[in-house]
Design a binder for this molecule. Structure first.
Ligand code: 13P
Length: 257
């Protein structure tokens, strides 16, 4: 983290878990376990149907709500899709785009991720843009080339002012839901590399101001060490964000120098 230049963000990705009726009890428990002082923004990205409930309950302890996906289209005959204006209208402040599960199970490519990020920015929502390599790519030593490409493609046509609203999440696919975390050094190396790519495109200042999160089996035990890395500005947390005590512990782990 580097609080002098950028925000620290702890974001939970609930994926397709939980029920609207479980949101309030979750937030109550989170509040009970929350550290007294907090050095980060907290977001919970829920299934779209729960966003209004999360916004209402989250006010209790300053937790913002976000979506997990958005349509690239503004409106129209796209059955099942949710638009950026619809997310903005109910009060979502953030939305994940390009999660590896969307790329893998729904065939999303980098051009689509870019279009979705732009659709969100146009409505004032911060995209949390996910990038990350597969195990095969890491073993072939292609991690940085691949992640570079993903970052460049996702940010194509986004100007420096809009970049200020963007958050990048580095999520190595092999670490998601596997209990296998990247070591702090591995995660730092790639997050530093991502900042370098952004520096090449936008220059030093904008690059210094972008928050880059790590995601992939981040939990109450390993969060402190990961967050201690200079280029890791927070976490995108799956499994551990479903447990209020663990999630609060990760939030508390941002209270470090
Ligand atoms: P886990 O924390 O469950 O590995 O999930 C990470 C993730 O995919 C967050 O978007």
């Amino acid at each position: 983290m580097n609080r002098k230049y950028r925000k620290t963000v702890i974001a939970g990705n609930w994926k397709m878990n939980m029920l609207a009726s479980e949101v309030k009890p979750f937030i109550e428990q989170l509040k009970e376990n929350m550290p007294k002082t907090r050095a980060c923004d907290v977001v919970l990205c829920t299934p779209a149907v729960m966003i209004p409930t999360m916004i209402k309950a989250g006010k209790e302890c300053k937790v913002a709500a976000g979506g997990q996906d958005v349509s690239k289209y503004e409106k129209g005959a796209y059955t099942g899709e949710v638009s950026a204006s619809q997310l903005a209208d109910i009060g979502a402040k953030y939305c994940i785009v390009g999660h590896s599960e969307r790329r893998q199970y729904h065939g999303e490519d980098d051009m689509l991720v870019n279009a979705k990020a732009k659709a969100l920015l146009a409505k004032g929502i911060s995209p949390i843009i996910c990038v990350g390599e597969s195990l095969e790519q890491r073993e072939m030593d292609l991690t940085m080339e691949y992640v570079d490409y993903q970052v460049k493609a996702a940010l194509n046509g986004i100007d420096a002012t809009q970049l200020r609203r963007c958050i990048i999440a580095y999520e190595p696919i092999w670490a998601i839901g596997t209990g296998k975390t990247a070591t702090a050094e591995q995660a730092q190396e790639v997050c530093e590399g991502i900042r370098a790519v952004i520096r090449k495109i936008y220059g030093a200042r904008p690059a210094r101001a972008v928050s880059i999160l790590y995601g992939g089996s981040m939990n109450a035990k390993n969060a402190y060490e990961l967050l201690a890395q200079p280029d890791i500005d927070g976490g995108l947390i799956g499994g551990a964000s479903l447990k209020p005590v663990d999630f609060a512990t990760i939030i508390a782990a941002t209270n470090q120098e």
